[in-house]
Design a protein around this ligand. Structure first.
Ligand code: ADP
Ligand code: MG
Length: 675
């Protein structure tokens, strides 16, 4: 029997090499391929010259009016030229670097060409010869190794061979209720477009399918979590209370509330899987410390995982401060430790001498053996996936999990996107903290910034000066940072030292510069964004962000949160000349508010769909079709419907859910989306 779970290698023309290339696009099975949807459609309907505008991509049909000529130019470049008679007008058509196209062009015969129109020259830069009867063409995300045409061909073959194996996954009553397409129709219409109306309808169905399966996946996980025997940790509440009263400050109401939520989970024998959201500076670390301490009072270990080694070290130091005078052993486990030290640390973790282990993700992947872990806390990992959970189980532990994030996703979105987790939110900053004052200046006002910095330096304060780092032009950005560093060093001379920190330094070098900055050796450090997730320097009061328009809002917010950690008034200066209205609006939002939730909402709204990288960073899950921000309504509907299904007794046995149950079982959904 043919099954959509068949490997892609069942299609002719897919050998191991092509299969590997397709796997890079996430295509392993026939189902993957059928769900590999076009990201846009090209209108190939033939246009009249009178209706086209400059630079528009259009299809023209005419009679070839001259023999095509081939000309070589530059190194290895080729151009094919011919005239096409369209509506009585002779249009020059040029194809670049497709010499073979000459053979498809025959004088005096009819030809349909798709290309870009130049209205001034009355000429067309040809992109392809069109010989499909279809007016709309699907365009797939492709790459160097898998071409557009290959994907097209494979999709066509797959559909032909497997169409009878396509069954509805969405239960019939929901298809009816929301007037959705059958799965077969949906797949057909998205790949072989027959007009916008049908592709739009198909997209709705595809979106509902992915949202519904996503939500069911989350809820099944949650259900499993609750059934699984977690550990009931009988912590010593007297000791915990003592720790809290020994803190150098009073906890905020929000901190107390989330600590209670967490402690309740820790005590209960159900499994905790909780997301702790709180803006930068809201005091998540203390909450983590209290939770970990609770576990330690019950003679179990707690693990804290940070995204970088610098941060892990900072956490370890902070914890050491909180636990001064307490009988709590903290171990830091990072790369680059001397073997002897590492070995003894590992031994102490294994034999239980160590209570709290702080490190990077490597903690759960490496050869680390724990004695008895009761709680794992992750910092900025967003989602603690099944995969990671599995790794822990293989180490013989199944602890409670708390994921901390400073990314303030709007609550509705958090609840719909993290449906498998319980959500705790710290929505209050410690009292007495002064809001950071943000201003936006143009590059031309740099002198003003320098004067302001000088004033702050004289008062003994310090500044971060951040320049953007974008992967593709790392060398150039580094150059910018270096030049800025030189310029500032010259400007401030002997009086105020300026440091430089960038991503190409070893972590030892970075740590050294950071330490020196903390100790006050530098008045400012110029840095590429490597400090984004970094370090507490209470004496740093100014954050200058160069070319601020090259950062996402969420990122700007994170950067800004690096200052204002002490008692002095803090400032953030955005230096940018944004080129468009959106850019200006983004700067203005930063000036207007320090509320991370407002900023993230604006950020999500302003991003177009398809900015997947950005979204991944912002902690919102990535879907193939739907957009959890734009389509939040559909996501919520799917959540409600999913919950109606999975809360029915033995729903897996009911015939109407057979397909979706099988699908969820087999699909990567559970593994991939949640990892
Ligand atoms: P986050 O990790 O959420 O960004 P931190 O836990 O690093 O925030 O806290 C930021 C700073 O505020 C730290 O120096 C911390 O000691 C301090 N802090 C935390 N909670 C309070 C509080 N309730 N009152 C005063 N200061 C606090
Ligand atoms: Mg923190």
């Amino acid at each position: 029997m043919l099954s959509l779970n068949d490997s892609i290698t069942n299609l002719s023309g897919v050998g191991p090499k092509r299969a590997a290339a397709l796997a890079d696009l996430g295509i392993r099975t026939i189902n993957d391929l059928l769900l590999y949807f076009p990201f846009r459609y090209e209108d190939l309907s033939v246009k009249n010259l009178s209706e086209v505008v400059d630079q528009q991509k259009i299809t023209l049909r005419g009679i070839v009016a001259s023999e095509p000529t081939i000309a070589r130019f530059g190194r290895k470049k080729v151009r094919v030229n011919f005239r096409l008679l369209v509506d009585q007008e002779s249009v020059m058509v040029t194809f670049f670097n497709q010499p073979w196209i000459k053979n498809q062009i025959e004088a005096d015969s009819e030809l349909t060409v798709y290309g870009k129109w130049d209205a001034n020259r009355r000429s067309l830069t040809g992109m392809k010869i069109v010989n499909v009867s279809n007016d709309i063409e699907a365009v797939y995300p492709a790459n160097k190794h898998v071409r557009q045409s290959t994907i097209k061909q494979l999709v066509e073959d797959a559909y032909k061979q497997y169409q009878d194996a396509i069954v509805d996954i969405i239960p019939a009553d929901l298809i009816q209720k929301y007037r959705l397409d059958s799965r077969k129709q949906m797949i057909y219409d998205l790949h072989f477009p027959k007009g916008q109306e049908r592709t739009t309808a198909a997209r709705r169905t595809a979106m509902f399918e992915e949202f519904l399966t996503f939500q069911m996946g989350l809820q099944i996980m949650k259900e499993r979590d609750h059934q699984e025997n977690g550990i009931s940790i009988n912590y010593d509440s007297e000791l915990v209370t003592k720790l809290v009263s020994d803190l150098p400050f009073k906890l905020t109401g929000a901190q107390i509330r989330v600590i209670k939520e967490i402690l309740r989970d820790i005590k209960s024998d159900t499994h905790m899987n909780r997301l702790l959201q709180g803006d930068v500076g809201s005091g998540k670390t203390v909450v983590a410390a209290v939770a970990m301490y609770a576990v330690v009072t019950n003679h179990k270990q707690a693990v804290l995982m940070a995204p970088t080694e610098i941060l892990a070290e900072q956490h370890a130091n902070n914890l050491a401060n909180f636990f001064k005078g307490y009988d709590v052993n903290i171990a830091l486990l990072v790369g680059g430790m001397r073997k002897k030290v590492r070995d003894s640390t590992l031994a102490n973790i294994k034999n239980g001498t160590v209570d709290i282990i702080v490190g990077t993700h490597a903690l759960i992947q490496d050869d680390v053996e724990f004695k008895d872990v009761g709680l794992v806390i992750t910092d900025e990992q967003h989602r603690f996936g099944v995969h990671q959970r599995q790794l822990l189980r293989e180490k013989g532990v199944n602890p409670d999990v708390l994921a901390m994030t400073a990314t303030p996703i709007p609550r509705t979105l958090a609840i719909t996107s993290y449906g498998e987790m319980d959500v705790s939110i710290i929505d209050q900053l410690p009292a007495g903290r002064k809001a950071i004052r943000t201003s936006w200046v143009k590059h031309g006002e740099w002198d003003k910034v320098l004067r302001f910095l000088a004033k702050q330096f004289v008062e003994g304060h310090q500044a971060f000066i951040v320049t953007p780092l974008i992967e593709e032009s790392e060398a150039m950005d580094l150059q910018n940072a270096k030049e800025l560093h030189e310029q500032l060093s010259e400007h401030f001379g002997e009086q105020f030292q300026i440091g430089l920190l960038h991503g190409q330094m070893s972590s030892d070098e970075k740590d050294q510069i950071m330490d020196e900055f903390k100790q006050g050796k530098y008045s400012a450090i110029v840095s590429t964004t490597v400090i984004e997730v970094g370090v507490d320097v209470p004496n740093a009061t100014v954050m200058v962000i160069h070319d601020a328009d090259r950062f996402g809002l969420a990122q700007l917010h994170q950067l800004r949160g690096r200052v204002g950690r002490g008692s002095a008034q803090a400032y953030c200066i955005l230096v940018a000349d944004p080129k468009n209205q959106t850019g200006r609006e983004r700067m203005q939002i930063m000036v207007d508010t320090t509320d991370g939730f407002k900023i993230s909402e604006a950020d999500l709204k302003m991003r177009g769909q398809g900015d997947l990288f950005g979204k991944q960073q912002s902690g919102v899950p990535v879907f193939k079709v739907g957009d959890p921000v734009v389509d939040i309504g559909a996501l919520q509907t799917a959540q409600i419907e999913a919950s109606k299904i999975v809360t029915q007794n033995n729903w897996q046995q009911l015939p109407q859910y057979q397909n979706i149950n099988n699908y969820l079982d087999q699909e990567l959904q559970l593994n991939q989306t949640l990892d």
